[in-house]
Design a protein around this ligand. Sequence first.
Ligand SMILES: [Fe+2]
Ligand SMILES: [Fe+2]
Length: 270
Amino acid sequence: MARRTNTNTETKQAGNPQPERTESMDRQKLIKRFEDEMAKVARPGADKLMDYIRKSDFYTAPASTKYHLACEGGLLQHSLNVLDALRGILAPVTKEDGTAAWEYRIAGKAIATIPDESVIIMALLHDICKTYFYGTSTRNVKNEQTGRWEKMPFYTVNDRMPLGHGPKSAMIIKQYTSLTNQEMYAIWHHMGFNGDRDNDAAVGQSIEQYPAVLALQTADMMASRFMETAQENRELFIDRPAPDAAGEWADAPATGEPDFQEAPPLMEGA
Ligand SMILES: [Fe+2]
Ligand SMILES: [Fe+2]
């Protein structure tokens, strides 16, 4: 992760995110990290998939219109956040053949072993369905300081491939390369339960069959709910450049306190 410089602080309004430009150097770092991780995926067609990604708006698109990372490069940052969150809930192991993998452990017992390649694919590509998905428009917003109405840009949905969400991501990937069943189920059902009986039955069954489905859902929620705000990563999850000297951080150590709002107390009888 890298810090996204907010070049438009004075126009930022709570709950009314505007498309912003990511500082290009920082986004280049995110692109490099994304491509370095994807380079670890060694399977036929991965290069074709990367061609698709580079030609698409994957590196510039937001992650949502207004809910989380509604900024240029938001989808890229979100995908890397999900990778960090997913690795964070898994335990690193080395398989007998020497390849890197991750164990999904419950109560200290491994219920699934996920190759590092699969972790990368599931996390970085779960939202590839958001390519060619967003547009921009403008609306008039009153500048309270000048009293003048000004045109402000905002993100819209303009889905040029209206094929759904998780299944669409799996479909796009499979146009170019292959997916293991574990990867396909995890990406397909990454949105989790939604109250629809058929969907929820399929999600529940998939989780039992492939625990990685729940791991990816969890990591996705962790990223959007804990790591990201409407326009950038939360302070705790912004990577800073390496300090010139240790003393710099000793003088101003991070508090490590997440910027969470405390939940309101439950109503009696609720
Ligand atoms: Fe998604
Ligand atoms: Fe996501």
